[in-house]
Write a protein that binds this ligand. Sequence first.
Ligand SMILES: [Zn+2]
Length: 345
Amino acid sequence: MGHNAVQPSTLMSDFLRQCGGYAVIDGGLATELERHGADLNDPLWSAKCLISSPHLIRKVHLDYLEAGANIIISASYQATLQGFEAKGLSKEEGEALLRRSVEIACEAREMYHNIGCKVSWDATGNGEILKQRPVLVAASVGSYGAYLADGSEYSGIYGDAVTLEALKDFHRRRVQVLAESGADIIAFETIPNKLEAKAFAEILDEEDIKIPAWFSFNSKDGVNVVSGDSISECASIADSCKQVVAVGINCTPPRFIHGLIQAIGKVTTKPVLIYPNSGETYDAERKQWVQSAGVGDEDFVSYVGKWCEDGACLIGGCCRTSPNTIRAITKALSSRSSSATTIQF
Ligand SMILES: [Zn+2]
């Protein structure tokens, strides 16, 4: 994988088949970088590490691969040309950093596959290569609210001045650069409202983007996306866009996921993906994650079986989840998967 000629319509179904029906998405990237000591108190958030510590990003990708992830998401969530420009970087330097985010993920995949390639021999001299787990690299595109770095991706309220055209202009070049970066898929993540979903769908169409994409929304009530727009309407936009090969929810507490999967399933037959956060809430003013009032520490993994029964087939974690979360998801999904793991010769 890693080339750009795959038909959007078959990439995801082929991949899911190779994975045995269920695929594991990685866990939180930014919060895991922080756990390793990175200071992300910056408008660029995790994208700051593209400049200061790319090796740490690669290590976290590798940790997630070792925990069983089939999809790793690049560190470009809050990497925008406008954000880099505000740091004094040129357009060319900004574009190079966007490409670098995908390269780092591809390097981690290569390292993982090189370490993991094992041959076993039986007594008669026949060999068996343990088949490499399929791994996709997803190029993250965070919402406009993420660029604002004031928590607006959890309110979805951008104000009347931010029109559809303004959002398209904001995102267009980044999407073009990431589409040509060697990524397998673009992950539009934490989409907080309908307008932004529409902007992404129109960019994919108008710019003739050659790789497929997924749309992932976030919710804070289990009924609507965070802005209050209906999840059905948001998911329908994703459903109508031919480049979109999966639709779902990320960075949302686990307890809200069940109803959202059902609502999405009513408006699309595309694969449903979910990668919830740990259940904590982000306090944008204090810039920290806090346990929501009245909610105990949710046991994320106890939900996985239920989410599969609801119809989700790509499952991972978002903020404050870790390689341990992903290891547990991998274990829970492997009992459901039907994949052959060896090639005989
Ligand atoms: Zn998140």
